[in-house]
Structure formats: structure tokens, C-alpha cells
Design a binder for this molecule. Structure first.
Ligand code: ADP
Ligand code: MG
Length: 236
């Protein structure tokens, strides 16, 4: 038996694999078991094309495994309809991407409010919650500005605010510092550290070893083969 650090598993992969049919078939993720406990801060490292985004997209319910089972917060997602998956994703997961994916001409405030559009949050509450989360990530002074008038670091803070506004239990970040200079990257990582201290479960993909130092467990992946240090430790 292996134990996962942290609380009860948020992410549990049981022999999960993903193959793109091709031809030629691409084994983007070879069969793997993975447990990430509540409150953990995990980094995923590996060269380009190794399967990092595939892993994150499965964890984030953006992609479904070819085989195996994925349990999110103990909920078996196998055979769920696309609409149930979308609802589960909206309730449990926040995403941050390398390229920010903000609406360029809407204000930071509007970008965050729009993330609540499909949940039945009344307008006034949407406004208040967006303002509060922008404050939390330290960007409230730029709430009225559109991303086109922001630095990369500011944009990524808005993206983090948007990811947090629905109060997810899991924050998934795909190379969040990939477009940032090293000082700005460090400051974003400090924000993630703060969120982690407040109890958020965080998974960050990176190919930067300095980023990986922020997590307390690093999973590596190479040619679709995942290696997770906890799996080599015996139960204690
Ligand atoms: P990483 O994020 O580590 O750069 P990815 O998870 O994006 O890697 O990709 C893993 C492998 O799967 C790569 O060989 C990539 O070319 C391949 N791949 C990714 N998406 C697709 C797709 N839609 N169709 C076919 N192959 C894909
Ligand atoms: Mg990728």
C-alpha cells in the first residue's frame, strides 16, 4: 500500500492512460496510478511533448482517459456525460494557463465576473465576489483595466483570480510562468504558496526546476511514463 501525503485524495488515477489513435498512435500517457491529497502542492516536470498537459487535462476533466478510472474528490468520473463533466469541472476545478486566456478587451473585473456567468450567481454578488478575489491576488488596483493594458504578471494574477472565484478545491496550472520573466514568475509562485498555505490543492506543470522547488512533491514524466516519488516509498 502507498499513502498519499495531505488529506483525502482529490485526484485519484487508477491505471489511467490516454492514447491518441493516429495513425500513428501516440501513447501520450502510459497507464499510471496517481494520488494527490487535499492540500498538497504538486509540481509536474518533463520535457516538451512528454505528456504533462495530457495529465493535467485529464485531471481537469478536459479530456477523458482511453482506459482506466479517474476519481475526483472520490467521485468516479467514468462514463459521465459531457454536461455532468462540465458541471463537475465548474464546481471543483480552477485552471491557469501559460497564455492567460483572458478576454483582451474586457476589464479584469469583467473577466472574473464572466467566470460566474453560468452559475446562478446574482449580478450584485458576482460583482462583489470578483472584487474580493482580485483583492486576494493583489491586483484590485487594476480591476478596471483590460488585459491589453497589463503586464504579463498582472494578467496572470487576473487569470488566477478568475480560476479562484468559483471557490474550486483544486487549482491546475499549465506552465503558468512560461510567459513571465523570472522576477515576475517568482512573485506569482509566492501567490501560489499563499493559496497553498490557505489550504488549496495545487498542481503546477513546469519545465523550470526553480518553479518545482515551490511544490512539496515533484512528479516527473517522460515519453508518457509518469514517475511519482511517493510510489517508491513504503507505507509508514
Ligand atoms: P507536454 O504538455 O508535456 O508538452 P502533451 O501532453 O501536450 O505534452 O503531449 C503529449 C504527446 O501527445 C505529444 O507527443 C503530443 O504530440 C501528443 N498529442 C497531444 N495532443 C494530441 C492530439 N490532439 N492528437 C495527437 N497527438 C497529440
Ligand atoms: Mg503542455
Amino acid at each position: 500500500m502507498t499513502r498519499s501525503p495531505g488529506g483525502p485524495p482529490v485526484i485519484e488515477f487508477r491505471a489511467v492512460e490516454l492514447t491518441y489513435p493516429g495513425p500513428p498512435a501516440v501513447h501520450a500517457l502510459r497507464p499510471c496510478d496517481l494520488r494527490i491529497g487535499s492540500g498538497e502542492f504538486i509540481t509536474v516536470m518533463g520535457p516538451s511533448g512528454s505528456g504533462k498537459s495530457t495529465l493535467l487535462n485529464i485531471a481537469g476533466l478536459l479530456d477523458t482517459p482511453t482506459r482506466g478510472r479517474y476519481l475526483l474528490n472520490g467521485i468516479d468520473t467514468q462514463a459521465m456525460s459531457a454536461s455532468r463533466l462540465a458541471a463537475l469541472r465548474g464546481e471543483h476545478i480552477g485552471f491557469v494557463f501559460q497564455a492567460f486566456h483572458l478576454l483582451p478587451h474586457r476589464s479584469a473585473q469583467e473577466n472574473v465576473e464572466l467566470a460566474m456567468l453560468y452559475q446562478s450567481v446574482p449580478r450584485r454578488q458576482r460583482r462583489m465576489r470578483a472584487a474580493a478575489v482580485l483583492e486576494r491576488v493583489g491586483i484590485s488596483h487594476r480591476a478596471a483595466a483590460p488585459p491589453t493594458q497589463m503586464s504579463g504578471g498582472e494578467r496572470q494574477r487576473v487569470a488566477v483570480a478568475r480560476a479562484l472565484v468559483a471557490e474550486p478545491s483544486l487549482l491546475l496550472c499549465d506552465e503558468p510562468t512560461g510567459n513571465l520573466d523570472s522576477a515576475t514568475a517568482e512573485s506569482l509562485l509566492e501567490l501560489l504558496d499563499t493559496l497553498h498555505r490557505d489550504g488549496m490543492t495545487i498542481v503546477v506543470i513546469t519545465h523550470d526546476g526553480q518553479v518545482a522547488e515551490h511544490g512539496h512533491r515533484t512528479i516527473t514524466i517522460r515519453d508518457g511514463v509518469l514517475s511519482d516519488p511517493t510510489r517508491h516509498r513504503g507505507a509508514r
